[in-house]
Ligand binder design. Structure first.
Ligand SMILES: [Zn+2]
Length: 257
């Protein structure tokens, strides 16, 4: 599933193409999406293109078009339809945004206003982190995945962040020392920023593409995710895989304590 770095990469690529432009038409090719688009009136200018957690937001006049790509969605930019199952087309004078989604899991919604129940953004101020962690006994890996606690981090980057911070993913959130919380608070934006610079992660089994159709590049720089049995890039100990909060977690049993 696209996480913050992938969604941010998509938003940054779409912004110069659609922000300030008039959305001239919306073709809904998958009827499942029709109820969610109730109330949308076209044409409408795209006031702003932004991201919140893993959501892509096109702020219109009025209202917000909200896209969540889930497991298999892609937003591709072009003048002619790309290959794959196209569920939605957003038409602009100079090109179109295509929602291509083989498994039809992506969600699109038009809302008068976007009101979310999401936690704070991990790239903003994290001074609230010590208090929030102190209140939770969840394993720190599961805590990072909880979108109500912190928005945008998913399975890949939670593993990578905890590796970077040297913290065992099983540790209860409230067991982290002030020093470890400080290290974690630095690792979170560092890993996410590097992944954005790498244009996100496209693994062998993932559908993520940049709006240009290109793959992401950060998969080449993953330290632990998907690398069970392979040597830790720091200490050569084989990377381990475990299930935490129902999700596969990858970690170095030697570097992460
Ligand atoms: Zn190691």
């Amino acid at each position: 599933m696209p996480e913050l770095p992938e969604v941010e990469t998509i938003v940054r690529a779409l912004r110069p193409r659609v922000q300030g432009r008039r959305l001239l038409g919306v073709d809904v090719l998958d009827p499942v999406l029709i109820p969610g688009l109730d109330g949308l009136s076209i044409p409408s200018r795209v006031r702003k293109t932004s991201r919140r957690g893993k959501y892509i937001l096109l702020e219109l006049e009025p209202g917000v078009l909200l896209v969540h790509l889930r497991m298999s969605g892609r937003l591709l930019w072009g003048k002619t339809p790309p290959e794959g199952r196209i569920r939605l087309v957003l038409r602009f004078a100079h090109g179109n945004v295509y929602l291509v989604d083989q498994r039809r899991l992506a969600q699109v919604k038009y809302l008068p206003r976007f009101e979310d129940g999401l936690g704070p953004e991990p790239l903003g101020d994290l001074s609230w982190l010590p208090q929030a962690l102190a209140r939770s006994r969840m394993p720190i890996k599961g805590w990072l995945l909880d979108q109500r606690k912190i928005a945008g981090i998913g399975n890949i980057y939670a593993s990578e962040i905890l590796f970077r911070a040297g913290i065992d993913p099983h540790r209860p959130a409230n067991s982290l020392t002030p020093k470890e919380v400080g290290v974690l608070a630095r690792a979170i934006p560092k890993v996410l920023t590097e992944a954005i610079a790498g244009k996100g992660t496209t693994l062998a089994d993932s559908e993520y593409r940049q709006p240009t159709g290109e793959l992401g590049g950060f998969q080449l720089r993953l330290s632990v995710y998907g690398r069970a049995g392979k040597p830790c890039p720091v200490c050569q100990t084989p990377i381990r895989r475990a299930k935490i909060s129902g999700r596969s977690t990858y970690f170095c049993p030697s570097c992460q304590t």
